[in-house]
Design a protein around this ligand. Structure first.
Ligand code: AMP
Length: 547
């Protein structure tokens, strides 16, 4: 099964015996399920309710309802505390959603589902991808692959139409924005460039509309301190999202709010909404233009534009893309379903099963740069990119470094992100290479990274000028949770809502490695990076707390 695990809504699909994917409706008969969990208190135990029923309670019981958890995936410090004093990590909340999606699909299909492909925004970094995979494992699923959402959308589009060529996928969901440029030729899908903003989505359009409404309540109805009332804010959020959807179809609508202090009706117009959200749309435009630049292409080279994600239903989005590309976006792609359908196709490919999917080849690129830490000429630690962002995977890159002091061991810090400032990169690994004999100051060595299709990074170090292999280490995946913690979480989530005794206690998270940096880090004789993709800048990654 393919699962599009969205910030606000999720969808699932399977591949028929003919190789054609189809969306599986949930128990409410809907193709999309709100990614929302309500924790009901059942005799002192949490009983999760997922989907429409939970979303409908969001305004009434904001303290018991958790949503938008995708925004926190990979964040080791985020927790949702239920009124039963149970604490849930983002991976656990996502696992509860995944389990509910799978159970509903199993009921619909009358079959058991074990193997799944789950999609993620192309711009998710390693820790967020791993968190997603672990959420699947906690839900008791075998995660065949974590697939990029735009690639999934292009797969479903490419295989259902005969249109080969260069496709730009503009994916604006509930919480994230991605843009990807791919080449499609027969069954070959080659990603040329990808970028995005994991904190830009329909939710931000909701927030802007909420602010418009609250400004109006304050200006004309004399309402004060609205934002302090948690219940009123939750209610307004729900009403605003509905109004936003309505504004995709009509020019004006009104929001009715029944609060403790009275009933209010506020008119909103599409024009006012579009003016208030202009800067958000502009941010997506900048990312689209940057990605086009990175791919080395022009608008003339783009054969079709695919709009994916519920937020692309806003007329301003298709108008923007039509203006930029000079042609209307492709019709007939269901923005809610394309990603799940593509994920199902990938699941079909992975299991070598249904239909004739054996010819399909997907070539992806790195969505984040990989670098290493070394001193510059001024003795300042900085990040040196080894493999550029948007390099085709599998990828290889290298840096040549020099010891600044006599050394008996070498340390290699592997970073994610292309900012020279190490505070804006994320450390994903640290290798220590003991040396057989002491290296004098000024010894040159080569640090080589290999990045494979499953995103495993292998680091090799060679001493120069002989090019002798000093050592190899592999960074598997950056995980917040150890295997034991995943197992404990699986037991905890598995026991929920079942007639079992109390769930086992949560085990402690993996202790983050705290590298102690030796003095005399290697310095660089040359700043030239050896990987082939053009240099780009990207939004800084959050600083890890342990650096
Ligand atoms: P997704 O994560 O792709 O399911 O996208 C969900 C987002 O799409 C949410 O922010 C929804 O509010 C938004 N959305 C869905 N339908 C519409 C619509 N007709 N107009 C505007 N936004 C919509």
């Amino acid at each position: 099964m393919g699962i599009d695990l969205g910030t606000t809504y999720s969808a699932v699909a399977v591949v028929e015996a003919t190789g054609v994917p189809r969306v599986v409706n949930n128990g409410e008969g809907s193709a999309i399920t709100p990614s929302v969990v309500l924790f009901k208190n059942a005799k002192g135990k949490d009983e999760p309710v997922v989907g429409g029923a939970a979303k409908r309670q969001a305004g009434l019981r904001p303290d018991d309802v958790v949503q938008h958890v995708k925004r926190y995936m990979g964040d080791p410090s985020w927790r949702f505390d239920s009124s039963n004093d149970e604490s849930y990590r983002p991976e656990e909340v996502s696992a509860i959603i995944l389990r509910a999606l799978v159970r509903a699909a199993e009921a619909e299909l009358g079959e058991t589902i074990d193997d799944v492909v789950i999609t993620v925004p192309a711009y998710f970094d390693d820790s967020r991808r791993t968190a997603t995979r672990q959420a699947g494992e906690i839900a008791g699923l075998n995660v065949l692959r974590v697939l990029n959402e735009p690639t999934a959308a292009a797969l479903s589009y490419g295989l259902s139409s005969d249109d080969d060529g260069i496709v730009l996928v503009y994916d604006l969901g509930g919480g994230t924005f991605d843009v990807t440029i791919l080449g499609i030729e027969d069954s070959r899908f080659e990603v040329l460039a990808t970028d995005g903003d994991r904190n830009l989505g329909g939710l931000d359009w909701d927030n802007a509309l909420m602010k418009l409404v609250v400004d109006e309540l304050e200006a004309t109805h004399g309402v004060t301190d609205f934002w302090d009332d948690v219940d009123a804010v939750a209610l307004l959020r729900e009403k605003t999202e509905q109004a936003k959807r309505a504004l995709s179809a009509v020019e004006t609508t009104s929001i009715q709010l029944s609060l403790d202090i009275g009933h209010f009706s506020v008119d909103v117009t599409r024009e006012g909404f579009e003016a208030a959200t202009k800067s958000l749309l502009r941010r997506t435009q900048e990312l689209v233009e940057d990605t086009l630049d990175e791919s080395g292409l022009d608008w003339d080279d783009i054969d079709s534009v695919l709009l994916v994600g519920g937020s692309t239903r806003m007329p301003a989005v298709s108008a923007l893309l039509a203006r930029l590309s000079g042609a209307n976006p492709v019709e007939g792609v269901n923005p809610d379903e394309a990603v799940a359908l593509g994920a199902a196709i990938q699941a079909g490919i992975e299991t070598g099963g249904e239909g004739d999917l054996s010819d399909v080849v997907i070539e992806d690129v790195t969505s984040q740069a990989l670098g290493t830490v070394a001193q510059d000429d001024d003795g300042v630690d900085r990040n040196w990119v080894v493999i550029e962002r948007n390099t085709k995977v599998p990828a290889t890159g290298e840096q040549i470094l020099t010891t600044l002091s006599p050394r008996t061991e070498l340390h290699v810090w592997v970073t994610q992100g292309d900012d020279p400032d190490i505070d804006f990169t994320t450390e994903i690994g640290h290798g220590v290479f003991p040396l057989e004999e002491e290296w004098p100051t000024g010894t040159d060595f080569r640090v080589v990274y290999h990045y494979d299709i499953d995103q495993t990074v292998t680091v090799e170090v060679f001493r120069l000028p002989e090019d002798l292999l000093v050592g190899v280490f592999e960074i598997d995946r950056v995980a917040n949770l150890t295997e034991e913690a995943v197992e404990a979480a699986a037991a905890k989530v598995g026991a929920m809502g079942a007639d079992e005794a109390a769930a086992p206690a949560e085990s402690a998270p993996a202790a983050p490695s705290v590298p102690t940096k030796p003095s005399g880090l290697p310095t660089l004789p040359t700043a030239a990076s050896q990987s082939t993709a053009p240099a780009q800048t990207s939004a800084p990654a959050p600083r890890p707390s342990d650096r």
